[in-house]
Write a protein that binds this ligand. Structure first.
Ligand code: MEV
Length: 306
């Protein structure tokens, strides 16, 4: 029987991925899907590494867990993970895992798993996974709410503000296929940015403006304005070389099915996940699923239907 059980939510970035690594604001919201960690008493602090991981994946996960375990004084528990969301698709699976582990390790070491401690410990793990994470993923996962987030590039911790939307903010999330790890896509983008700082810098600045405008649209409940900002953000991610044919065709497909806005979410690259903002995503999920698209609906904010 589990001694401690904790959940970490997956996430989607509504506006501002990549630009957030360079100090611009971003908006992210939690998914109901995520990762559960269960801790049982054990002779030493250890992680049961999930089956099916590559050698590199096992090594990274082992190092990340060790980092967090050390910071918690290595409580005597064995931690098992259960992932209930697509892994390595830009939906924050590593952050969800880090938050779930942080919560059980803190609890097992007798410390209250309060949000600031969870964010700080999950960051230790995310830094092993992604080298230079902005922190938006694990902060959103730990807070479990729609957030407006920014972090100065030299700082380790960011600032997050909870966003309240007066209307239901519902998305369709669709998978566009396999992609490279986030750390690699971020590192390749950093090289392009170093080579063409003026041109890329201007586009990143514009992405940051869209996040600021998106925040105001969310607070007003203006879903059309938010959707438009998302589609324009996608265009900028295309211009920054972060999209692909499979992602773009899904974005167009969602717009063709009536999305108020659509874009890639997360690091992008050759695959990953695409989001579409819909007033009612469920019928579109049913239609696209029949057509073979792997997708689901998620409400990120706003009043829930009774
Ligand atoms: C976040 O999901 C994706 C990136 O913005 C990386 C980061 O913020 O650390 C690309």
């Amino acid at each position: 029987m589990a001694l401690f059980t904790a959940f970490g939510a997956g996430k989607v970035v509504l506006l501002g991925e990549h630009a957030v690594v360079y100090g611009r604001p971003a908006i992210a919201g939690p998914l109901t899907l995520g990762v559960t960690a269960r801790a049982v008493p054990s002779a030493r602090c250890q992680l049961e590494v999930p089956a099916g991981l590559s050698t590199t994946g096992r090594e990274l996960l082992g190092r990340a867990f060790e980092q967090a375990a050390k910071a918690c004084g290595r409580p005597k528990v064995r931690v098992r993970l259960e992932a209930h969301l697509p892994v390595s698709m830009g939906l924050g699976s590593s952050a969800a895992l880090a938050v779930a582990c942080a919560r059980v390790l803190l609890a097992a070491s007798g410390r209250a798993p309060e949000t600031p401690s969870v964010v700080a410990l999950a960051r230790e793990m995310e830094e092993v996974f992604h080298r230079t994470p902005s922190g938006v993923d694990h902060t959103c996962s730990a807070m479990g709410t729609l957030i407006y987030y920014s972090k100065r590039p030299a700082a380790r911790a960011g600032i997050a503000e909870r966003l309240v939307c007066p209307k239901p903010l519902k998305l369709l999330v669709a998978l566009a296929g396999k992609r490279r790890p986030t750390g690699e896509t971020v590192a390749q983008f950093r090289e392009r940015l170093k080579r063409w700082p003026g041109r890329y810098g201007r586009l990143l600045q514009e992405v940051g403006r869209l996040a600021r405008e998106g925040k105001q649209a969310i607070l007003r409940g203006d879903l059309e304005a938010l959707g438009n900002a998302m589609t324009v953000n996608h265009g900028l991610l295309v211009a920054l070389g972060l999209s692909s044919v499979s992602i773009d065709s899904l974005v167009h497909r969602l717009l063709g099915r009536g999305a108020l806005g659509a874009k890639l979410t997360g690091a992008g690259g050759e695959g990953g996940a695409v989001i579409g903002l819909f007033l009612e995503p469920e019928p579109v999920v049913a239609r696209l699923s029949r057509e073979g698209v792997v997708c689901f609906a998620s409400q990120l904010a706003g009043p829930l239907a009774l």
